[in-house]
Design a protein around this ligand. Structure first.
Ligand code: FAD
Length: 371
C-alpha cells in the first residue's frame, strides 16, 4: 500500500470539487482531488445553463446564492481560461422563458414583478416578438421573458479547463475511489483507496450524488440522493436553428456553438441507474418539437444521463460537517451545480482557509448531524 500526504484532500472531481480546489490553489497548501470516475457524474452531463431565475420560484437564500454566482462567472471563466489555455467562454445571447398557455403567461408576469427588482435586465415579449428573435420557435408560444444575462457554458469544456487550471496551479488529481476514512478524536487523519493511504490535515467531501457514502463513514446525516437526468443532443444543423436558450418547466433547448441543440432533461428517482430509456428520449423529443417544430427533422446525435445530487430540502449543503473538526462538505447542488460552482468554490475556500462564515441556510447541521 502506497503512503501519500496532502494538506487538503478533496473527494470528488466534479465541478464542485474542482472549483473548490481551484479557489484553494491560491493558498500555499498542498491540495489533492480524488475522483473515481463514477458513471453518471452530473457535471459532465449537464446542459450548462447559468439561469438563477429559471430555477428559483421566489426571492430567498437560494436565489441570493445563485445571483452571486452568476455575477462571479465572467471573472471565474477568465481566470480558468487564462490558467488552462483552453477556450472557455460564456455562450449565447441569453434565455427566453416561454409560455404556451395563458396560465403560463400569467405566471411569467407574476414572476417578472419580483424578478425585475433583482437588477438583471429582463424584458416581456409577445409571441410575435419571440419569433422575430427566433424564427424557428413554435406558433404556440404566446409570450416570453427575455433574459440576456442568463447565458450558458459548455460543461465538459468547463471541467477540462478547471482540471487543467488546477494542475497548472499544482493541485494533484488522482484517479481512485475512496473506500474508507481513518479518524482520531473527531479528526479525519487519512483516506484509503484500494492501493493507497493518503494522510491529510483537512478533508472536503464533494462527492455529488455519492456524498452520503462518505457521510455514513462519519456517522452524520447528509441526506443527498441521486436524481437522474436524461438529456440528448440533436443535429448538428448547418444553419443554427436557435440562438437563445428556450426554457419551459417541461423542457429546455440549449444551442451549442457546433450547431447541435441540447434538449433537457428528465427528473427521475431511480437510484444510481444511469441508463437512458426509450420513454425518456421520446418525452424529450416531444418536448423539444413542441418548442421548435422543425427539430423533428434533426437526427438524434447522442443521449446520456447524469445523477444530480439532490438534498432533502433541495438546497446545497456547504460547510463544516457537524461533530468533525477538520471535515467540510459541499454537495446537494441539484439542478444548479454548474451555475453555483464559482460561489461554492469561493465560499468554501474562505471557510476552509480562514474560517469565514457561510450562509446559515446551507449549514449541513440543519439535518441534525449524527445519524
Ligand atoms: C441532465 C442534467 C442537466 C443539468 N443541467 C444543469 C444546468 O443547465 N445548469 C446547472 O447549473 N446545473 C445543471 N445540472 C446540475 C449539475 O450538473 C450538478 O448540480 C453538478 O454537476 C454537481 O456537481 P458535483 O461536483 O457536486 O457532482 P458530480 O459532478 O456528480 O461529481 C461528483 C464526483 O465525485 C466522485 N466521487 C464520489 N464518491 C467518490 C469516492 N468515494 N471516491 C472518489 N470519488 C468519488 C464521482 O466520481 C464524481 O465524479 C444538470 C445535471 C444533469 C444531470
Amino acid at each position: 500500500m502506497t503512503e501519500r500526504h496532502s494538506e487538503i484532500l478533496v473527494i470528488g472531481g466534479g465541478v464542485i470539487g474542482l472549483s473548490i480546489a481551484w479557489h484553494l490553489s491560491r493558498s500555499s497548501h498542498s491540495i489533492t482531488v480524488m475522483d473515481s470516475s463514477e458513471p453518471g457524474q452530473a457535471s459532465q452531463a449537464a446542459a450548462g445553463m447559468l439561469a438563477p431565475l429559471a430555477e428559483a420560484s421566489a426571492p430567498g437564500p437560494f436565489l441570493d446564492l445563485a445571483l452571486a454566482s452568476l455575477r462571479r462567472y465572467p471573472e471565474f471563466v477568465e481566470g480558468v481560461r487564462d490558467a488552462s489555455g483552453l477556450a472557455l467562454e460564456i455562450c449565447g445571447p441569453g434565455m427566453l422563458r416561454v409560455a404556451r398557455t395563458s396560465e403560463e403567461a400569467a405566471a411569467l408576469d407574476r414572476a417578472l414583478e419580483w424578478q425585475i427588482a433583482l437588477g438583471l435586465p429582463l424584458e416581456r415579449l409577445s409571441g410575435e416578438e419571440v419569433r422575430r428573435l427566433e424564427p424557428a420557435a413554435a406558433q404556440s408560444i404566446l409570450a416570453a421573458t427575455h433574459s440576456p444575462q442568463e447565458r450558458h457554458i459548455e460543461p465538459r469544456l468547463l471541467i477540462a479547463a478547471l482540471s487543467a487550471a488546477c494542475r497548472r496551479r499544482g493541485v494533484e488529481q488522482i484517479s481512485g475511489k475512496v473506500i474508507g476514512l481513518e479518524s482520531e478524536a473527531e479528526q479525519v487523519v487519512a483516506v484509503r483507496t484500494d492501493t493507497a493511504r493518503f494522510s491529510c490535515r483537512t478533508l472536503v467531501i464533494a462527492g455529488g450524488a455519492w456524498s452520503d457514502v462518505s457521510a455514513q463513514w462519519l456517522g452524520v446525516n447528509i441526506p443527498v440522493t441521486p436524481l437522474r437526468g436524461q438529456i440528448l443532443a440533436l443535429g448538428p444543423s448547418a444553419n443554427p436553428l436557435l440562438q437563445h436558450t428556450l426554457y419551459t418547466h417541461g423542457a429546455y433547448l440549449v444551442p451549442r456553438r457546433d450547431g447541435r441543440i441540447v434538449v433537457g432533461a428528465t427528473e427521475e428517482s431511480v437510484g444510481l441507474d444511469t441508463s437512458t430509456t426509450a420513454h425518456g428520449i421520446a418525452a424529450l423529443r416531444t418536448g423539444a418539437e413542441s418548442l421548435v417544430p422543425t427539430l423533428t427533422d434533426q437526427p438524434l446525435q447522442s443521449a446520456w444521463t447524469g445523477l444530480r445530487p439532490l438534498s432533502a430540502d433541495a438546497l446545497p449543503l456547504l460547510g463544516r460537517v457537524p461533530g468533525w473538526g477538520n471535515v467540510h462538505v459541499a454537495t446537494g447542488h441539484g439542478r444548479n451545480g454548474i451555475l453555483l460552482a464559482p460561489i461554492t468554490g469561493s465560499l468554501m475556500a474562505s471557510s476552509i482557509l480562514t474560517d469565514a462564515p457561510l450562509p446559515n441556510a446551507f449549514d449541513p447541521a440543519r439535518f441534525g448531524g449524527a445519524l
